[in-house]
Design a binder for this molecule. Structure first.
Ligand code: BGC
Length: 738
């Protein structure tokens, strides 16, 4: 049995009830699908095959005769961004009833952090370290999207991002390959469910394969210069995990790696993705990325771009028409073997069959909207907001506030702002659904509390016109809550920055209010790490809220007023200044690690080399104490697991949740290994005074890396271990593998 057939069976098994007949019926189902594809392929003309490989990008809300004819003649296999259910059904009807073979279309949309119920941006979701919740959010998005005719999402976006200048850092799960891998799997499980052909699940797409987040200088679409080892250890890791979780599609990215654009890169698409990992779904190119190979200068025209892409391993072309207009001639001229086309079409049909599109090609337009914004979905969104918030600072227990505090000044351009709380890539989210921070506070406080609100300034403008009025309301209030940060359009695709400072005059506004001497709490809305040293040093309490989605105001108020004890931890490093980036916790040691006493070590003369806030960091209203790190056995034969446990005690007076983090360092190996690597975590809840032992098992698989010969392996030797509350704190120990 070849690797592809094997993985087809494994995939089907994942979606078949695990009865005693499970394996048998999985095999039968996989076999039946392949048989059906054989039959279809035998009937398809070359033109019809090529048609399956084209995804039409649709933004307008009407249908031309030309488009109808394209579908009728089988020249389109998929659509992008058809958001009108009736139109979707109309197009589908032409494909199913009027095209020669009746192969259904598949409809895709970017459902990134929610469809209509918008959850926190993915970078915020990863700060929850809550995989169950991440999965639930994806399942809600899937249910909502499928009910409105979306069969396929271009998510999860699992690009490791080490550079906060890159606007798309907002869309992914941060800098760590382990956390990002688990988030990738949770999202695939959430979107695709146990049964991909059910009417409440959608096809997932792992994107952007690969190293898109390594864009030089944090500038979108730029080149990625990464070694094969870093590519595999860091950037490919989440994709490998996503493939293991049976993600049905993968998107090839815009960037080149060492001069070879992803959509023309046979090494990544065929050798690794299919050859090594056994991926049997289909690869879609990112928007016009095949055609863009002309701009790269590796294809003279669209025909050559198409040839390179199909031979590299792209199956479906998004938006541009290099395949549609050229593949037939390329086959005729024997530049592309027809069996390569057949394989691509087989993979596309396999996903369509698995998704149940042949059985239920239409959606009921009368049900459109019935699944969106349901009460329990809003509850989950609120829970996700609370858990995504990271308490960065809380001097003197300024937070939580009492609900019966006599007066509060609420100041800042993000306080009564709906649109920007949705964040980038907000699907079919609507600003009108958003609970603003001001509203959330009003919902929370007692009726005696007086709330004074003023915007103070705009997000990006330079006017100081409202400063006096802002100072005035601060003066007459007991406490000031300031809502500052970035607008939604300052992150996301093509929205990169060279400055990571608060935009406009927001910092000036905070400074002016701070001077009044009133206690100030800053709530920071952002799509990326910002440089906030001044804030961090001077302001009493800082709560990081990301772009929190439609339940933002309620979830934040839950934390500000103590109904939820914050538990979020950063999934990305916060630098002190932009000159430090890329800055990430799992770096190599260098031959000259920074040493205070030695100027000729790896550091700066004008800034510490350390971050302002490290990966894994986040405070609580209570205090957790770690003790009794145990490593058993501390010497272990290669291949045997190691058990690590630590005790965690809630020493404060409030119940709270803690993300217990496990890091290792492989001290001597054939290639330099990171100074720390996250290898496990558990989010636990402890009542005041409660103590619990948290245990981890480290398997050989978790210690593997790409060695000097690029083999994925574990090498014997000593490993350091840390168990603690962040990447820079924790109890230390060691074990040895022999
Ligand atoms: C983005 C992808 C997205 C696609 C379709 C591209 O510009 O890079 O992430 O899925 O558009 O909207």
């Amino acid at each position: 049995m070849n690797i592809i057939t094997k993985s087809v069976i494994i995939f089907i098994m994942l979606f078949v009830n695990q009865t005693s007949f499970g394996i048998k019926s999985a095999e039968t189902a996989a076999f039946a699908i392949e048989k059906r594809i054989d039959k279809l392929l035998a009937q398809m003309t070359l033109a019809e095959k090529i048609g399956q490989m084209y995804q039409f990008s649709y933004a307008k809300a009407d249908m031309s005769a030309e488009l109808a004819e394209l579908v009728r003649s089988g020249k389109v296999g998929a659509f992008l961004a058809v958001t009108d259910v009736k139109l979707r059904n109309k197009l589908q009807k032409i494909a199913v009833k009027e095209s020669r073979l009746g192969i259904p279309l598949i409809f895709g949309l970017d459902v990134i952090h929610g469809y209509r119920t918008i959850f926190p941006i993915p970078l915020g979701q990863s700060a929850t370290w809550d995989l169950r919740l991440a999965e639930k959010a994806a399942a809600i998005a899937a249910k909502e999207a499928r009910s409105e005719g979306i069969d396929w999402t271009f998510a999860p976006m699992i690009d490791i991002a080490r550079d906060p200048r890159w606007g798309r850092i907002a869309e992914g799960f941060g800098e760590d390959p382990y956390l990002c891998s688990l988030m990738a799997q949770a999202k695939v499980r959430g979107f695709q469910g146990k049964n991909l052909s059910a009417t409440d699940t959608i096809v997932a797409c792992l994107k952007h394969y690969v190293a898109y987040g390594a864009a030089e200088a944090g500038r979108d679409y730029n080149s990625a210069e990464v070694s094969e080892r870093t590519l595999r250890d860091i950037y490919m890791a989440p994709f490998r995990a996503g493939v293991k979780a049976a993600a049905a599609t993968v998107m090839s990215s815009f960037n080149d790696i060492g001069g070879v654009p992803a959509s023309g890169n046979r090494f990544i698409l065929t050798d690794v993705l299919r050859g090594e990992w056994g991926f049997d779904g289909f690869v879609v190119s990112d928007y016009e990325s095949i055609k863009e190979m002309i701009n790269y200068g590796i294809a003279a025209d669209e025909a050559q771009a198409g040839e390179k892409a199909i031979l590299a391993g792209v199956d479906m072309e998004m938006a541009s028409r290099c395949f549609l207009n050229n593949l037939a001639r390329l086959v005729k001229d024997r530049q592309v073997p027809e069996k390569v086309i057949d394989e691509a079409v087989r993979r596309i049909l396999r996903v369509k069959l698995r998704a149940g599109l042949f059985e239920h090609p239409y959606v009921d337009p009368n049900l459109a909207g019935s699944e969106t914004l349901q009460n329990d979905s809003l509850q989950i969104a609120r829970e996700m907001v609370r858990k995504s918030l990271v308490l960065l600072k809380n001097d003197g227990g300024l937070l939580p506030l009492r609900k019966d505090i006599p007066s509060i000044a609420v100041i800042g351009p993000l306080a009564d702002n709906q649109r920007d709380l949705l964040g980038a890539w907000c699907g079919r989210g609507k600003a009108e659904d958003v609970v603003t921070l001001l509203k959330g506070i009003k919902n929370k406080v007692s009726s005696t509390c007086r709330i004074h609100y003023i915007k103070g300034c705009d997000i990006k403008d330079n006017s100081l016109g409202q400063f006096d009025a802002a100072l005035n309301i601060a003066d007459k209030s007991d406490v000031v809550i300031m809502a500052v940060g970035e607008s939604a359009d300052m992150s996301g695709e093509a929205h990169c920055r060279t400055s990571l400072d608060l935009p406009g005059v927001q910092r000036q506004l905070i400074k002016a209010i701070h001077k009044t001497g009133k206690p100030v709490i800053v709530v920071l809305f952002t799509g990326r790490p910002l440089t906030i040293s001044w804030l961090y040093e001077n302001i009493g309490a800082v709560l990081l809220a990301w772009h929190p989605g439609i339940q933002g105001g309620n979830g934040i108020a839950d934390v500000l007023f103590g109904d939820y004890n914050p538990s979020g931890k950063l999934a990305v490093t916060f630098p002190r200044n932009v000159g430090q980036v890329p800055l990430y916790y799992n770096h190599k040691n260098s031959g000259r690690p920074p040493a205070a006493s030695d100027p000729f070590t790896s550091k700066y003369i004008d800034c510490p080399w350390t971050p302002l806030l490290p990966f894994g960091y986040g405070l609580s209203y209570t205090a957790f104490e770690y003790s009794n790190l145990e490593i058993k056995p501390d010497k272990v034969r290669l291949g045997q697991p190691v058990s690590i446990s630590v005790e965690v005690e809630n020493k404060g007076t409030k119940a709270g949740e803690e993300v217990v983090q496990l890091y290792i360092r492989d001290l001597v190996a054939s290639v330099a290994r990171p100074v720390k690597e996250l290898k496990g975590f558990e989010k636990i809840r402890l009542a005041a005074g409660q103590k619990r032992k948290v245990s981890f098992t480290l398997t050989a698989e978790q210690l593997k890396f790409y060695d000097i010969d690029m083999k994925f392996t574990v090498e014997p030797g000593v490993f350091k271990v840390w168990a603690g509350p962040s990447s820079i704190q924790g109890l230390e120990g060691t074990f040895e593998i022999f």
